[in-house]
Ligand binder design. Sequence first.
Ligand SMILES: Nc1nc2c(ncn2[C@@H]2O[C@H](COP(=O)(O)OP(=O)(O)OP(=O)(O)O)[C@@H](O)[C@H]2O)c(=O)[nH]1
Length: 609
Amino acid sequence: MEAFPCDVIRNFSIIAHIDHGKSTLADRLLELTGTIQKKLSGKNEQVLDKLKVERERGITVKAQTASMIHKFEDRKFLLNLIDTPGHVDFAWEVSRSLAACQGALLLVDASQGVQAQSISVFHNARERGIKIIPVLNKIDLPAAQPDRIAAQIQATFGLDPSEILQISAKTGKGVEAVLEAIIQRVPPPVARADSPLKAFLFDSMYDKYRGVISLVSVQGGVLRKGDKIASCYTRKKYEITELGILHPEEVPTTSLNPGQVGYIACNMKQSSEAHIGDTLHRVGEVVEPMAGFQPAKAMVFAGVYPIENSEFPKLEESINRLTLTDRSVTVQRESSTALGQGCRLGFLGTLHMDVFRQRLEDEHDANVIITAPTVPYKIIYKDKEVIISNPTDFPDVGDLGIRVREIQEPVVKASIIVPEEYFGDMMELCYSHRAEEVEHRYLDSGTSSARIMLNCIIPLSEIVTDFFDQLKSRSSGFASFDYEDAGYRKSDLAKMTFLLNGKPVDALALIVHRSAQETVGRQWVKKLHKVIPRQLFEVPIQAAVGKKVIARETLKAMRADVTAGLYGGHYERKMKHLENQKEGKRRMKKMGTVELPQEAFFEILSNKK
Ligand SMILES: Nc1nc2c(ncn2[C@@H]2O[C@H](COP(=O)(O)OP(=O)(O)OP(=O)(O)O)[C@@H](O)[C@H]2O)c(=O)[nH]1
């Protein structure tokens, strides 16, 4: 690795809206540099998307890094690519990958043009002051309009059209020029071999045998096997047992030099010890830590329970194992009268939650019930403020104005980009989801298919449910969407409970805005009515806010024919049997609780409507 001083190193990442072709371009770059073999089968299997769910869903979830060596004008360059995920839920991973780069390829689909996330990732990169190289991808598509989209890039980002590269990551056309642009336009890292060791930890993964593997970029000094290092954040000390580069598989090396990016294994046992944004230094030396990151904030919470109660230890173990590779999930034990022992997990967003559930099922064979997602609410009591992530902790209606001064919910700043003809539908969608401060502007006016950017403040809880699906269906898939945290706002919310035979079922409690109480109440009561098996007695299913019942359905009793075995005219005997049955049912109803089978929960709470 000594052969690569800073001036021949380029650290860059690819940023883009989802599906604009990051992983495809990454694969082409790896092929062109000979890092991976060109696929003879001609299949576009993406190398950097390692997880099965990523392949299945075609989205990149966890950022992966790869080093390539490329010869240009008789010099060998070390190009370190940091692949970034493209979904709003994972914006935090994008931002931490960018911290290790000096340049970024801003990839824009030449047929779709600038989308909501193109804008957010652009600003993210611009704020970090890194060199941005605009690249138009998919120029092979018949629908591609490179000139028009180039004008759009210029208008939206203020980038010079002469700097825009035009490529097809699929066919490989123009990709060579991308490598050249990286070498010529991205500045080399600034780091010195004779300064104290300083390594920036920007990602980590877990390996069963070696413990935590950390990805670092060396900001100064040289890292070698056997080095004794310490963390600025935890102050813990370690010894480096292995280090190397990702090429794209791990390739051990003897050292990692200034400006280089690679992995290290030290005797780190717990993934919580690898703090993203941490600075590692040599034991005995003092260094100024680099500006770290705010930890990722969980925005969506849900309870996770096994279908069989006895399976809990296994489920918990699976969850713990998965969180070793996905550090942004928060875990807390909880229990529910209806569902037994479980865990409350915090996710970055709903897609993150879905991906996690799928990984749980795929990799750990766990069949799980996930409760309705909820966002963190802020409850301002007379004497304290608390953030709650479980509807059961929400104060009762009676407490409002007495013990509780105010209730606040998280809101986000949303931006939607949509062709003009869907503008009306989008406005309607926003207003029906309690949007405020709605404003819009044209992105490229004067053209036949102008597009509009719509911004608004919207409660996060509205987005967590079906907002994204509706956005896509109402715009025939043309709208793109992005959002960022915008703090908390006062809101008129209440806890809705569901009663079966007069008894509340804790796992079904929901926090609902006053304006939606009736609709939500009725909808859920209907759903419950459909899935709860009939009992021997009549069961009222009710939705209530405080003591007030908002909606009700009645589940009819199952009628066992107690007179079936009786023949002839013993009228009195028959009546007696029926009387007995009635009395029995009355008693059962008084004492009996309704057993809600786990399968019923699964039906209600899983998305299979
Ligand atoms: N026609 C054409 N299709 C392309 C090109 N580049 C990528 N695609 C296709 O576009 C789709 C998305 O490409 P990906 O590389 O998975 O996109 P991505 O940006 O990595 O997606 P995320 O990682 O999920 O954000 C795939 O079906 C690719 O085959 C291209 O240059 N031309």
